[in-house]
Design a binder for this molecule. Structure first.
Ligand SMILES: Nc1c(O)cccc1[N+](=O)[O-]
Length: 242
C-alpha cells in the first residue's frame, strides 16, 4: 500500500516512523510519503491561506497550492488513488470503513487547517481521485493531521503482514461487532485480585466460551448500540446478552 499525506505540519506525521507502522515501512509493506503543502507555493511567504470571501472569522486554505500538491501526487501513480480529506462532516470512521480502505492500493490524505480548504479543491480533486471525506467524530479539531494518523493506523494494521500474528486481528473490538474480552497476565494474584480460574484451567473450550460470553456481556453493558450489528454479523448467542 502506498500512502501520501499533504500537510502544512509534516512533522505531525512523525509518529508514523514508530512501532508497527514504522516497521511495515522499513519492511516495504507500506510506502509512505509526507509532503509539505508549502513546497507547492511560489511566493516569498509561502502563503497557503487567505481571507474568506463573504467575510467571517479565520482564514481559508488557498486552492492553488492544493491543486499543485494533488497534481504532484497523482502524477506518481497510474492508478486512481483514494483521496481522504478528514473533516467533521465526513463519513464516520469505523472498522468496516477501515477494512474497505485497507483494500485500496493508494491512499492520499489532504490535511486541512484554518477554516478549511477552498471548496473548489474537492471538485478539482475528483478528476484524478476518488474523494472521501472522513470524520473521527462529532467534535472540533484544529486540522486533519490527528485524523489522518488515526485512519492510517486503523487501515495500515489490516494490511497483510503488518500485524505479525494475524490471529490477533480476529477477536478485536468491533471486528465482528462485539467488544473484546478482558485480558490478564502474571502475576496470578495482585492487590487482592485474582485471575479468573477458567483461564488457568487449560480447557480451551471452556476458555473460548467464557471469553465469548465476556464479549457479549461487555458489549451489552458498554455499547448496546453495537448488538444489532453484531447479530447481523453472526455473533452467536446474542440472546444471552439482550
Ligand atoms: N472533527 C474534525 C475536525 O474538526 C477537523 C478535521 C477532522 C475532523 N475529524 O476527522 O473528525
Amino acid at each position: 500500500m502506498r500512502i501520501d499525506v499533504v500537510s502544512i505540519f509534516p512533522d505531525y506525521l512523525a509518529p508514523l516512523d514508530l512501532s508497527l507502522i514504522g516497521k511495515a515501512r522499513r519492511d516495504g509493506l507500506i510506502e509512505l510519503q509526507v509532503h509539505d503543502l508549502r513546497a507547492f507555493t511560489h511566493d516569498r511567504h509561502r502563503t497557503v491561506d487567505d481571507t474568506p470571501y463573504g467575510g467571517g472569522a479565520g482564514m481559508v486554505m488557498k486552492p492553488e497550492p492544493w491543486a499543485e500538491a494533488l497534481d504532484h501526487v497523482a502524477a506518481q501513480t497510474d492508478s486512481r488513488p483514494t483521496l481522504i480529506i478528514p473533516g467533521p462532516g465526513g463519513q464516520r470512521l469505523d472498522q468496516a470503513l477501515a477494512r474497505e480502505l485497507a483494500r485500496r492500493d493508494h491512499l492520499v490524505f489532504a490535511c486541512g487547517r484554518y477554516e478549511g480548504i477552498d471548496e473548489r479543491v474537492y471538485d478539482y480533486a475528483a478528476r484524478d481521485f476518488d474523494v472521501r471525506i472522513v470524520s473521527l467524530g462529532d467534535y472540533v479539531l484544529n486540522g486533519g493531521e490527528v485524523a489522518a494518523l488515526a485512519v492510517i493506523e486503523a487501515v495500515a494494521r489490516l494490511v497483510p503482514g503488518v500485524i505479525g500474528n494475524a490471529d490477533s486481528l480476529v477477536e478485536e473490538s468491533h471486528e465482528d461487532g462485539l467488544l473484546e474480552y478482558p485480558v490478564y497476565t502474571k502475576p496470578e494474584h495482585w492487590q487482592g485480585r485474582s485471575v479468573p480460574e477458567v483461564l488457568l484451567s487449560g480447557d480451551h473450550g471452556r476458555i473460548a466460551a467464557w471469553r465469548h460470553e465476556q464479549r457479549l456481556q461487555r458489549t451489552a453493558a458498554r455499547r448496546p448500540d453495537l448488538l444489532p450489528r453484531a447479530a447481523a454479523a453472526g455473533a452467536e448467542q446474542l440472546a444471552i446478552a439482550v
